[in-house]
Design a protein around this ligand. Sequence first.
Ligand code: SF4
Length: 533
Amino acid sequence: MVNFCRQRDLGSLTELGLDDCIHHTRLMVREMQNALRLVYYTPAETRAAGFIEAEHFGVRFPQRLGHLELTGVSQRWLRELLWDYLADALRSPKRPRSKSPLDQVRRACLELSAFLEVDAPAGGHDPTLLREEHMRRFVADQQHRERHSLPALAVKRADGKPSAVTEVARRLLFNNTRRLLRWALESGEDQRLGLDRAFITAMPAAGIQRRARSPFSDQAARALADEANLRQLETYDPVDQGMRDIWETILLTGRRCGEVLKLRLGCLGRYGGLAMLWHDQTKVGNYDQAIRIPERLYERLVERQRKTVARFEARHGHSPATQERARMALFPSRMRNPNGEAAVSYAWFHRGFGQWIEQLDLPHVVPHQAGHTLATNLLRHGATLSHIHRYLGQVSDPMAEHYVHLSHSDLEDVLNHVWVAGPGAPNPGALLSGTTTSGAITPMTREQALALAVDLSRRSTPAEGGFCTFQPVVDGGACPWNLDCHNCDKFVLSGADLLYWRRKRDRRARPRRRHRRLPAPGLRAHRPRHRRP
Ligand code: SF4
């Protein structure tokens, strides 16, 4: 880098254009320029220079620089309005946890700026000339681009190509432009700038479209867990930083990708002989959670621990001390990370994973679907929603409903024909089999269940919430137990009834958020108690 600067006779690193440098020099120069900018510029000077530094506001984003370039917004009034909005967001107690919400507002402004430059009077540089019709035309232009899959006016992808206007991109753009302009309205900036109120209110809200991710299809699940394919995944990790281990952990435990990437070196342990994995569910605020993991995964992660420690020893010439171990990541990054404390980034994992999926010729899948697959499979095999909540951490109610829907859609056909013991039987809810040997209830095949359903429908009569199988009653006689069906072992439920009661039980067993708060003293006696159904 020094030779490079000397050859060009530069007086300062700030004179060096990053595009002229070779890769390694560029990395070094960028790092130094980022640090120097914080010292050379005051926040007020960054506003005039057309960029903002999150670190000037005491905010540091994990694994992202706090620098946001705003010079792409050509209208000075809009650029400064954007700067003020971002500064306000960074100062607020509810400041964003990541850089992306700020970047989305910047991208929205870039697009609005490019449109005003070609469509508005005086290129949109005079805010007092902007009227409602200009905003309406901008909205119509974006909708047209979305409909015909046209590229955006100014927003670019990471590889420098124009980004396509998709439905998601258009919604983000509308919502963020609206948020910025509404903020101007509330803070009185619109009056200072002489901005027409109709120009602001003409930007519609696009709403949020939440689509629940589906689990992996059987074909995708088989391909993603296939040994030969997993060996191919290793080829995308040439220095063995643990890409395969990360993926297998996600697949087998259903954890979020970020939770696995940030695992600590000492995350494993045996308790009562059972292999456990300790992790933080940072997204939902559950820290130091332990879950049981399969033995095969435990062995794999123990081997990863050994490799990580061996790398530390090779670099430092000694084993990590206890305190160093506590801070070390299980999957340490190789970038600016001599002590192994920073974990590999999501971008690194996603790059390799994406290329692997492309090569497997699978439809679009993302690692997060592993959690949904696990939840659906657990439900399908008899776990309740309380189990899912406990194992996966926080699961939103819409997501829980989605899991139930997916896991039971194929079960319902069968359950409609299967009969189970009623609440008064020795084993309530147990499948009733016609072929009991030595008194034990044996599992039924689908054919046996159907035969039993036909048989039972002949030998039963409807009772409240189920069916009576007591022959004298079925033949028209009086009930000797005064119709106390729910305590009678002759009473059976259909599978559909069982499903209904299970769902009701799950809903009651789920802790409700509003009950966690302590009620007002006068209402304490009326607090609903959590009862076992
Ligand atoms: S109490 Fe028992 S015998 Fe009487 S109707 Fe109900 S299920 Fe049939």
